[in-house]
Design a protein around this ligand. Sequence first.
Ligand code: NCD
Length: 355
Amino acid sequence: MTAGQPPGPPAVPEEQGVGVSVAVPSVDAAPHSQPVAWRHRHLLDVDVLSADETELVMRTTDAMREVLGRPIAKVPALRGTNVTILFYEASTRTRVSFEVAAKNLSADVVNIATATSSVVKGESFLDTLRTIEALGAGMLVLRHAHSGAPYLAAEHFGGSVLNGGDGWHAHPTQAILDLYTMRRRLPGGTVAGRKVVILGDALHSRVARSNIWSLTAAGADLWVCGPATLVRGLEAWAGSGVGPASRRFTVTSDVNAALRDADVVMALRLQQERMSGGLLPSLREYSARFGLTRERLALARPGALVMHPGPINEGVEIAPDVAEGIQSVITEQVANGVAVRMALLYLLAGVRGPR
Ligand code: NCD
């Protein structure tokens, strides 16, 4: 149990996680009334999460899945809380998933698409934040093209900030739902010791960066594979910062070596909107050399999981028959995303105090 836990008995008996134990909140009740060992007011990236905290998120997500299975998939936990969703970039699943999650917790949800807001009239980022706060927002879900924008928001916004993706930097809720999906599907319920491959455009990918942190911290044998131009610099990323010195992490352009005996293969979209040119000879060439086809997938372990954060460019980074094949858990990732975001909104809403 980490420090700072309020006094009182746990809401439900302690459950055994993988190597750690956590007290899971009773999610029908308001978050403030729960004795939960969670200290983060914001969720900006996964690098600040301890093993216990990750376990707590996983267990709370289980509780939210149980809520989602009820005839009325709703709890009153966030009644009276305004969750504002401010996206400066295109999104379908992340935005909708946060909206559905907040509504399932009975929050009041406000959606701001910047293309139709005063941002187009030149309103600054900080003015927009001040306006949103004055209009009553208690929690802010932010997606921004600039890496670091949620960190700036967290310094100025009075409530909680959840990073819904910032530039190339981080996408914590995606990494957490990816971890959750793997744990549910892998025998033994853990990624520890499993070979996980992130295949594709890791350079421009905030999904890859957050996943590198959470998966190596969870003990996975993580491989990042793509053309040399699209995986450069990632070794240094994994080696920086705090965390176990023994992180298992390989960066390669050898797709056969990466896929051989893999337990999980996560394909990434080629983020062409972030490329200034010259990084790839052609889409066809990329697809021929790095696309996840059935033949390539056969190098992995039988039954290896196929994942993708979406949106998918079928026929480019992944073949349609693989994306829709029996090994694919892509739609499960989307469904789990709702429960994970419910859990995170719930846990963050329980934390108050100075910025
Ligand atoms: C990703 C994103 O926007 O970071 N998608 C997502 O949120 N599920 C990945 C992408 O855009 O390719």
